[in-house]
Design a protein around this ligand. Sequence first.
Ligand SMILES: CC(C)(COP(=O)(O)OP(=O)(O)OC[C@H]1O[C@@H](n2cnc3c(N)ncnc32)[C@H](O)[C@@H]1O)[C@@H](O)C(=O)NCCC(=O)NCCS
Ligand SMILES: Nc1ncnc2c1ncn2[C@@H]1O[C@H](COP(=O)(O)OP(=O)(O)OP(=O)(O)O)[C@@H](O)[C@H]1O
Length: 209
Amino acid sequence: MTEVWGLTGGIATGKSTVSAWLRAAGVPVIDADQIARQVVAPETAGLKQVVTTFGADYLRDGQLDRKKLGQWVFSRPAELKRLEAITTPLIRAEISRQVANYRQQAVPVVVIDAPTLFEAGYATTLVDRIMVVATDAPTQKARLMARDNLSASDAQNRIDRQWPIDQKIAQADVVIDNGRTIAETRQQVVKWLDMNNFGTSNHLKRGDQ
Ligand SMILES: CC(C)(COP(=O)(O)OP(=O)(O)OC[C@H]1O[C@@H](n2cnc3c(N)ncnc32)[C@H](O)[C@@H]1O)[C@@H](O)C(=O)NCCC(=O)NCCS
Ligand SMILES: Nc1ncnc2c1ncn2[C@@H]1O[C@H](COP(=O)(O)OP(=O)(O)OP(=O)(O)O)[C@@H](O)[C@H]1O
């Protein structure tokens, strides 16, 4: 029996930070952001649909100009919906395919790291349990602005495209508070691994990455 965990949170609350530790502990992680890139890679049907819908202006050397498309859709909810109508079914199909593979191998646990686990509806159909990585709102915004070099209003636009974190916390089986230091967050992840007998947490306890 494979237990499927969804790992989510808000943009820049620390999902990738946590999922890197899970991988290091030997837990398989399916990365929805990476799949979202694969489904619109050069010469895919996904990219063709995006270009048909948004125009060839969003292509650069045969690749999707993600920065430009992000600038367009994250400040326009209806445009983001048009993009998701193309990408969400493709992402869901690939996540499902990968989960089925892990089930076939009878791995005890697999984690789906997906920022839009709730918004895209994956939470209700694809996962057994949910982990939410959360921070307070000012910390989230500051980290997002610093990491992606965004203005306050661009950062807020991206935050506003997702469910409020409290709504996600209310539906979580486990909440990881990533509002303080990296070490404090890592301790919570180690505790979760140990409690569930998932993976090997010894190197995380020692503090190596
Ligand atoms: C608009 C796009 C091209 C911008 O690409 P870019 O490389 O700049 O950002 P990236 O994909 O790395 O996403 C960064 C973060 O934005 C947030 N985000 C991305 N897509 C969405 C979305 N549909 N709704 C809300 N937040 C989103 C997530 O927190 C994500 O981690 C890209 O985000 C995209 O194709 N989004 C639609 C696909 C999708 O829903 N992806 C989410 C994975 S499930
Ligand atoms: N506890 C922490 N203290 C300080 N900085 C942190 C902490 N946790 C994460 N960060 C930094 O905050 C930023 C956001 O973290 P991360 O990229 O893991 O978020 P994410 O939830 O995966 O984002 P996205 O939704 O865009 O995929 C990164 O620059 C990361 O290095």
